[in-house]
Design a protein around this ligand. Sequence first.
Ligand code: B4P
Length: 208
Amino acid sequence: MADAASRSRGARVVLLGPPGAGKGTQGQVLCQHLGVPAISTGDMLREAVAEGTPLGNKVQGIMASGALVDDATMADVVRERLAKPDARRGYLLDGYPRTLPQAETLAGILRDAAQELDAVLLVDVPEDELVRRTLLRGRGDDKEDVIRERLRVYREKTAPLIGYYRERGLLREIDGNRPVEDVTAGMLGLFGAGREVSSEVNNEVAGA
Ligand code: B4P
């Protein structure tokens, strides 16, 4: 687990959890604290769609349906992003990996660079609350039938990663069914920082 010492050399952290658990929300705060970029594959794909790039055109319909983009496409996206200079000292990966083959791809990228993950944080929230939150958020893919499909895909394809990372001693679980600041404080506590840091960093993010 990352502590003050590991922070000075950066950290490689994966945020895992069902859609709407608050990975993006928490990722913004945690990456500030760790001093590493937050890399959200969802945001990268949405950007590609907005810009109408070939990648965006390819994934638009898939995302709108609640399905996952194929592993080979995601491997190219992530490999290219993690090779950028700002990711040299570490990163917070939000939304990747989402399948066992994606976890193997990430393991290969890390192996090639002689690097390791510091932690995988599982943010968990009951299903009814997930549906409530995402309907409130109202993004293009936040329609109830699409959300239910994303949750089904999560249970089938992504939930097996919980055991995968637990077996490797990397999994840390966080109760995401609490106010945002409490979830942040719980998460930063795992990295040796407390509630003061949580409100400090939350304020910075809110003012950013
Ligand atoms: P993502 O962008 O990753 O979307 P997400 O899982 O829905 O969001 P997140 O968990 O980050 O929730 P948030 O903080 O926003 O993926 C979108 C799509 O992209 C996927 O369906 C897939 O098609 C594609 N994709 C992405 N990565 C892929 C991959 N690796 N492989 C294949 N396909 C991929 O929080 C949700 C809401 O809750 C917000 O409104 C927030 O304000 C609120 N909230 C947060 N914390 C709260 C709290 N503690 N209390 C109350 N509300 C809270």
